[in-house]
Ligand binder design. Structure first.
Ligand code: GDP
Ligand code: MG
Length: 438
């Protein structure tokens, strides 16, 4: 991917501004690069379409060239596509049963050990169940790993048992011993086969695990997509663990497995050792797929300069009494970029109490309503709110589905709200700058 995309982007270089023609040309090369990296055809196709839509008409930030701006957009689209809930759900009370599945050699057994180690360090009591009765060495392998982690391993004589029975007995034993998380290490095959899927479905039905994790070898490229699809159809996966990312793979599998199954990636394996399991970060993965860290930091810097310029301009307008509803809307959008309103508000001295008083109320909902009202105004009304009379106010209210009183309130209060938001942006921005400098 990396080299291909670098070539693709160099096609934009030297062009003064983003035009439809050079986007199309460049995106053809992006698509080729994605396909070469074993991203599924449909995924590459959709991705290119999405990026193209966003790139056309996109403002090129000061101090960036159009091609750099496009790298930023491609990067953001990659992040969006791979984003999801990356936390592994563990019940607070009772026992959580996790079933591992995947092809043979994908790293299931190793990952069982890695997860057990991680959970143990997190204060949980993990318990391993050796449900791979296909390979004679599999039980022994899990026992060795369990010893290393200091985690009990349940197993039965493979000649006299079957995987469903092992899992059921294993969970029973785990409950009896006070374990809080059970991890079922199941069998794999070299390819997808019916018998394996039936075996896994039987375990799924009879043992009803809380979470089913698909372990996927990142080196397998295009095949990863097909197996992910097949496992997801048979088992309804809850999460993916991508292994062997310590190799020279570019991570194309992360993109297509997520796109094809919609199932979030929870962790990545980055080595054979049991401590080589990491949280999945879509932004890091996007950076790896693009392989253009230096351009991305340029883009980030430019974005920040842009945000700061905007903020200063708003501040000045406020001081001069020229602050308009359009500025107010810009400000709300900026606040949204900084993260959750609650989090931003918490950073402001004295606002902690206000956050507590909010209770279950969600400030974001208010922002959506307010933005709806502003969107129902004409540009002229946004810039000269004084000109809004009763009949225009009623029209705006019906246009945005609120009571006229709410429009009144906004017209009366947006100046004060703007000042408060200014404070939030300042704080949020400072915080973000600190994070970038670290
Ligand atoms: P299973 O058949 O799915 O249970 O796969 P195993 O857990 O037995 O792993 C197969 C091979 O992949 C073993 O040699 C592991 O050491 C190796 N492996 C697993 N995860 C990783 C990883 O994240 N990085 C590397 N480099 N090797 C891994
Ligand atoms: Mg195994």
């Amino acid at each position: 991917i990396t080299e291909g995309l670098t070539n693709a982007f160099s096609a934009f270089r030297g062009s003064g501004k983003i035009t439809e023609a050079n986007i199309r040309d460049g995106m053809k090369q992006v698509r080729t690069a994605l396909l070469e990296a074993d991203v599924a055809f449909d995924v590459a196709q959709d991705f290119v379409k999405q990026v193209t839509e966003q790139a056309i008409g996109a403002e090129v930030l000061k101090s960036l060239r159009p091609d750099q701006q496009i790298v930023g957009i491609v990067n953001q689209c990659l992040i969006d596509l791979m984003a999801g809930d990356h936390q592994l759900a563990i019940k607070r009370d009772g026992i959580t049963v996790i079933m591992m599945c995947g092809l043979q050699g994908s790293g299931k057994t190793t990952t069982c050990g890695k997860l057990a180690k991680m959970l143990k360090e997190d204060g949980k009591s993990p318990f391993l169940v050796a449900a791979d009765l296909q390979r004679p060495a599999a039980i022994e392998q899990l026992k060795v790993i369990g010893d290393q982690v200091g985690c009990p391993v349940y197993h039965e004589d493979p000649a006299k048992s079957d995987p469903v029975q092992v899992c059921r007995n294993g969970v029973k034993q785990a409950k009896a011993s006070g374990a809080t998380v059970v991890i079922l290490d199941t069998a794999g095959r070299l390819g997808i086969d019916d018998e394996l899927m039936k075996e896994l479905q039987r375990i799924d039905n009879r043992v009803a695990p809380d979470t089913c994790l698909f372990v996927c070898d990142a080196m397998t490229g295009q095949d990863a997509v097909n197996s992910a699809r097949a496992f997801n159809e048979a088992l309804e996966l809850d999460g993916v663990i991508l292994t062997k990312l310590d190799g020279d793979t570019r991570g194309g599998a992360a993109l297509s497995v997520k796109a094809v199954t919609g199932v979030p990636i929870k962790y990545v394996g980055v080595g054979e050792q049991l401590d080589r399991l990491e949280q999945f970060h879509p932004d890091r993965m996007a950076g790896r797929i693009l392989g253009m860290g230096d351009v991305l930091s340029l883009v980030e810097k430019a974005q920040q300069e842009f945000d700061e310029d905007e903020m200063l301009a708003q501040q000045e307008k406020m001081q001069q009494g020229k602050f308009t509803l359009d500025d107010f809307r810009k400000q709300m959008r900026q606040i949204k970029k900084l993260g959750s309103m609650r989090e931003v508000m918490k950073m402001i001295p004295g606002m902690g109490k206000v956050v507590d008083q909010l209770g279950d109320m969600n400030p974001e909902d208010d922002m959506v309503r307010i933005e709806g009202i502003i969107n129902s105004m004409t540009l002229d009304e946004r810039n000269n709110p004084d000109t809004i009379d009763r009949s225009r106010r009623n029209r705006i209210a019906s246009g945005s589905g609120v009571e006229p009183a709410e429009v009144n309130k906004l017209l009366k209060d947006f100046g004060a709200m703007g000042k408060m938001m200014q404070g939030m942006s300042n704080m949020g921005m400072k915080d973000r700058m600190k994070a970038v400098k670290q």
